[in-house]
Design a protein around this ligand. Structure first.
Ligand SMILES: *Cc1c(COP(=O)(O)O)cnc(C)c1O
Length: 548
């Protein structure tokens, strides 16, 4: 103690010496300027993005100010925009767009006739199981039941539980059944959302608010595996949080736990793992992430959006997994999509919490609005009660046995595809697929060329990047007789062709992804993606490409 006192006296004397003979204004000015510089330096160094990333962006921004570069880039982007719009128009057989409301309403017959035409556009035959993921089940009885239940509740809105008490009951039951499924105890709770993305954003919000309001963290950050769904990045952007991506083990494709531990800092407000992750269908080491969360007192989110209605049934289906849910101590929240393997209509998902304290920080409340004390659980205000009801119907239609049976079929088909592909020369499988996704890569040829040729044969697979790969997410539609066999045969034949003639393809996704991955200026790739989104909302009738 005495020592400390001595130091303080010494410091005092030192400062006094520095200031000796200087006028008061100079001392004040120097202090003020130093403080301003320190505050600025701190905010410059500690932003949501690393210094290196920001440096790169500045360099590219400057380069694009050069007129020749700018013109060239604009020309290329325009080309991309035109070709994307043309592709989308081709898919609707270049039929004209409606751009104004009809002067008078259409008759029911006309609406049905036109709507039938619209919904029949497209060349992919998804019912026969050609698409990866996308449609998870085509069961006709289920479709009929969900449509009828939706019809009964078309006008309902869960925002008004007093007017629609039955829809409120259904929603509460869906959430409770899911909590039970994931081994939550009586304290567990959750909400229905419009999809996996919203469920994940809600968890990010809950942990951000908790970090700020309870833990006193000023700039919360989230820590997720590189393989985690882009919804985490979207959430981080919306919530203005820094997101840091933890590398994977290059062989297993599971998150590297040593790296995750090292990347934790005092701002970390959430750890995440996926069960399974989207790209390679691999389950992150949830028990280890949970233990790390407990050790560092950080909440852990398990993203089971994709696998949410497979993994709880895998034990019973004969494919046991290690614990991934609330049985794992550190796990504080789980997202599970009813609209994927829950076979409910799109627009439904569930976010669950171990305890109510997390969910409270997810809620939005504004006590002072002129329109009344306003409180909503999720992002939306008014919502579709029809989707809630149809989701409830889907859960009741299957029951545990229904889901176990479908899970067995899906996993067996996945294993068949995995096994079939393992023997094919020229390609390899990423990690050990544990649930319903098989990701393929190649050391001998461009894997996107394989995907393009699969497209020509009627398949619609997912392209992945960093590393270059493609995957198939197996659904109930792929369990139909002959589908898996056809998939394996097609992959095998194309791989043989490509082994003989490795670099003939250029065009399609091979060209696009090859180029996109090699462009160092990621903002340019981003602008091309804007073109895609613009094209989706385009009602332009583009004729043949402009020739100069
Ligand atoms: C599909 C998916 C999501 C997000 O789901 P959306 O319903 O498309 O918003 C999140 N995580 C994983 C692993 C997914 O596969």
């Amino acid at each position: 103690m005495e020592n400390l006192f001595d130091y303080i006296i010494m410091a005092q004397e030192y400062v006094n010496q520095l200031c000796e003979g200087k006028p008061a204004w100079e001392i004040i000015l120097r202090t003020a300027v130093t403080t301003i510089i320190l505050v600025w330096a701190k905010s410059f160094l500690f932003k949501n993005e690393s210094l290196l990333e920001r440096g790169k962006k500045t360099v590219f921004k400057l380069a694009r100010k050069v007129p020749a570069v700018k013109a060239r880039i604009e020309e290329e982007i325009e080309k991309v925009a035109v070709s994307m719009t043309q592709d989308l128009n081709k898919a609707i057989e270049n039929t004209p767009y409606l751009t104004k409301l009809p002067e008078e309403g259409w008759s029911p017959e006309q609406i049905m006739e036109e709507a039938t035409k619209y919904t029949k556009f497209g060349s992919y035959n998804w019912e026969s199981g050609c698409a990866s993921g996308t449609v998870y089940n085509g069961n006709k009885t289920l479709t009929d039941i969900m449509t009828r239940v939706y019809g009964m509740s078309t006008w309902t809105n869960p925002l008004h539980p007093d007017v629609f008490p039955g829809v409120r009951k259904m929603e509460a039951e869906v959430v409770r059944m899911c909590c039970t499924l994931f081994n939550g105890d009586a304290r567990s709770c959750g909400c229905m959302t419009t999809g996996g993305t919203e469920s994940i954003i809600m968890a990010c919000k809950a942990y951000r608010e908790y970090a700020i309001n309870v833990r006193g963290i000023k700039n919360p950050e989230i820590l997720v595996p590189v393989s985690a769904h882009a919804a985490f990045d979207k959430g981080a952007q919306l919530l203005m949080m820094r997101i840091r991506h933890v590398p994977l083990d290059p062989v297993t494709m599971k998150v590297d736990m040593v790296a995750m531990r090292k990347m934790i800092n005092r701002n970390t407000c959430m750890l995440a793992g996926s069960a399974p992750q989207f790209p390679h269908g691999v389950i992150d080491p949830i028990e280890e992430i949970g233990a790390l969360g407990i050790e560092c007192n950080i909440p852990v989110h398990v993203d089971a959006c994709l696998g949410g209605f497979l993994i709880p049934f895998m034990d019973d289906a004969g494919f046991p997994l290690s614990p991934f849910d609330f049985r794992v101590k550190g796990v504080t929240s789980i997202s599970a999509d009813t609209h994927k393997y829950g076979y409910a209509p799109k627009g439904s998902s569930v976010i669950m919490y171990r305890e109510a304290k997390w969910r409270h920080h997810q809620f939005f409340v504004t006590p002072d609005w002129q329109g009344g004390i306003y409180a909503t659980a999720t992002i939306g205000g008014s919502r579709s009660g029809g989707i809630v009801a149809a989701c409830w119907a889907a859960l009741m239609y299957h029951g545990i046995q229904g889901y176990v049976d479908y899970t067995r079929m899906v996993i067996e088909t996945t294993k068949k595809i995995e096994l079939g592909c393992r023997g094919i020369p020229g390609i390899f499988i990423y990690g050990k697929p544990e649930v319903s996704v098989v990701a393929l890569g190649s050391k001998s040829f461009n894997i996107y060329a394989l995907s393009d040729r699969m497209t020509k044969r009627g398949w619609n697979l997912n392209a992945l990047q960093f590393p270059s790969s493609i995957h198939i997410a197996v659904t109930v539609l792929h369990t139909q007789p002959g589908v898996a066999e056809r998939f394996i045969t097609d992959i095998k034949e194309i791989a043989e062709e490509l082994l003989k003639n490795p670099c003939k393809d250029s065009g399609g996704s091979a060209a696009l992804y090859g180029m996109a991955q090699s462009i160092p200026d990621r903002s340019l790739v981003g602008e091309m993606a804007w073109c895609y989104l613009d094209a989706i909302y385009s009602t332009k009738q583009l004729e043949a490409p402009k020739v100069k």
